[in-house]
Ligand binder design. Structure first.
Ligand code: CA
Length: 334
């Protein structure tokens, strides 16, 4: 691409994990969601780089009770009972709640049977947890991965604007520019599900990296890539393959693609190996007005507005590198 197209790289002062890669003190905010479950397994299989403090759940792909159940299932499947799960916002800030059971199934996970997890939710609300944790954290120390509508952080920022101090970076799956939307012609689901929350987050002043549909629709499954995951031979590999086999069908048919995207899992790959991705620092704003553009991310790719860049917008990625890393990490699980 052009000279201003920057390769992402780790912060110079960061701690390095054995074998390379940045170490993140991480909270994952999520609305599982089939692709969220894969992202969570991927992250929980990478403890030397991702020091996961908690999972916080939000209503999104399915209602909050199910996203919270599914996050606990992912924790159980990954064998990580040490990670607490806090339930957060049951509905968006202002708009009418929407869900995506047509893509993720009525339980929010495709292709596998769900059950009641053995371990309960942590006591207390995710928004309170975020405020308490980020206030107590050293300056710029916590990375927040955001895999669903951004309601929880928007509520936390509204109640306690000082928490930005504890945040190092937000890495979020959301938005669409070159690709067009997946829930309307202009909007991507996570932003469309709570555009007012996304607006608050994008104006927070915290460094933000966004992995939009522009990227995720280029990092596609193939029968071979799913077969490789299944071929690991462990239960986690079979679970991921079963989820993907069912999940990608809709998108392959709807978009006429040769494989399906695994949206949220790209966030985890970015945290583990940012050199797989390329992006550009740009100004991004959200359209929260009623109308055809509701929930659209307006990306000033050419800098015409002369507004400060608030987002590193990831537009390119190494698809085979992504699936190789996912397979390598899923192979670590039982
Ligand atoms: Ca999600």
């Amino acid at each position: 691409m052009t000279a201003s197209f920057i390769a992402s790289k780790a912060h110079a002062a960061d701690a390095t994990a054995p074998g390379g890669g940045t170490v993140h003190t991480l909270i994952i905010d999520t609305d599982p969601g089939a692709d969220d479950v894969i992202a969570l397994l991927f992250a929980m299989a990478s403890p030397e780089q991702l020091k996961i403090q908690a999972l916080t759940t939000v209503a999104g792909n399915v209602p909050l009770a199910k996203t919270s159940r599914n996050a606990r299932l992912a924790r159980e499947w990954a064998g990580r009972p040490d990670i607490p799960v806090y339930a957060g916002a049951p509905r968006p800030l202002l708009r009418t709640p929407i869900h995506a059971a047509d893509i993720h199934g009525s339980e929010g996970i495709t292709g596998v049977k769900v059950h009641a997890p053995s371990q309960p939710l942590a006591d207390g609300n995710a928004v309170d947890y975020l405020i308490r944790t980020l206030r107590a954290a050293p300056e710029k120390s916590v990375t927040l991965a955001m895999l669903g509508p951004e309601t929880n952080l928007a509520l936390a920022l509204t109640q306690a604007p000082d928490i930005t101090r504890g945040l190092r970076e937000l890495v979020l799956m959301g938005g669409a520019h070159f690709n067009g939307g997946n829930i309307t012609p202009t909007a991507e689901f996570n932003v469309f599900a709570d555009p007012h929350a996304a607006e608050i987050v994008l104006k927070s002043g915290v460094p933000i990296t966004m992995l939009p549909l522009d990227l995720t629709h280029k990092v596609l499954t193939s029968p071979e890539r799913i077969a490789t995951l299944r071929g690991i031979g462990n239960q986690a590999g079979r679970t991921v393959a079963d989820i993907l086999d069912a999940y990608v069908q809709h998108d392959m048919q709807y978009y006429g693609l040769t494989g399906g995207p695994v949206h949220d899992a790209t966030v985890v790959a970015y945290l583990l190996q940012p050199s797989l991705f390329k992006g550009r620092k740009v100004n991004v704003e959200v359209d929260s007005r009623e109308g055809l553009g509701f929930g659209q991310t307006v990306v000033d790719w050419y800098g015409g507005l002369k507004k400060p860049a608030n987002v590193t917008w990831i537009a390119e990625g190494d698809a085979q590198g992504f699936f190789d890393l996912l397979t390598q990490r899923i192979a670590r699980l039982l």
